[in-house]
Design a protein around this ligand. Structure first.
Ligand SMILES: C[S@@+](CC[C@H](N)C(=O)[O-])C[C@H]1O[C@@H](n2cnc3c(N)ncnc32)[C@H](O)[C@@H]1O
Length: 184
């Protein structure tokens, strides 16, 4: 077999593995709270502004996907603790790889089910989850765990049944809405 044939086999195998990882990430994520869909890079600064973390605060991204929100928030707030929780193995491994490329001592990525993580130390929880899961399992979990004053930042989707303090950030037409809820 010549080199071009071997290279084609290698490239096709690599492509196949990438497609399998993407499909499984999507399906496994969907079985749980939301499929993998990353926050838009251009919205990271807005999210950081809304989070307005103080030194010593703890920020969680529940279902952190490729970890872009955690890395951005972690890099901008070196004195805050950032925790990302991701249930899908390949995405978790991607985060591990990225932590070698961009080491951030204040950022920790955990592999597991966000619904089983203790959030009692959270000051800010970031979610990009479907309305159905936000209004369902996540809501009871957040209300049970979060301390008064903690904030939930929800990208795009709203928690329609929330009765406490809330606001919405959507500065320009066409911007993704970001919903902010405060636990009282
Ligand atoms: C819409 S993506 C958001 C990714 C990331 N937060 C962002 O904004 O770029 C939702 C992520 O949540 C993960 N996920 C879904 N259910 C989960 C659960 N119960 N525990 C942890 N992660 C979960 C999915 O695998 C997916 O990566």
């Amino acid at each position: 077999m010549g080199t071009p044939v071997l290279l084609s086999i290698f490239a096709l195998t690599f492509l196949f593995i990438v497609v399998i990882i993407l499909i499984s990430s999507f399906l496994i994520g969907k079985i749980y709270m939301a499929p993998y869909l990353p926050t838009r890079t251009k919205d990271l600064e807005r999210i950081n502004r809304i989070a307005s973390l103080k030194p010593g605060d703890t920020f969680y991204d529940l279902g952190c996907g490729d970890g872009r929100v955690c890395r951005y928030i972690g890099a901008k707030n070196l004195k805050a603790k950032v925790v990302g929780v991701e249930i899908v193995h390949p995405l978790y491994l991607w985060n591990k790889l990225m932590s070698l490329i961009q080491p951030l001592p204040n950022v920790k990525i955990v592999r597991g089910n966000a619904l089983k993580i203790d959030l009692s130390d959270a000051d800010v929880v970031y979610l990009y989850a479907l309305t159905s899961s936000f209004n369902g399992a996540y809501k009871s979990k957040l209300l049970k765990d979060l301390k008064p004053g903690a904030r939930i930042i929800s990208y795009v989707f709203s928690l329609s049944s929330w009765t406490g303090k809330m606001s919405k950030d959507c500065p320009r037409k066409g911007d993704m809405p970001i919903h902010i809820y405060e636990v009282t």
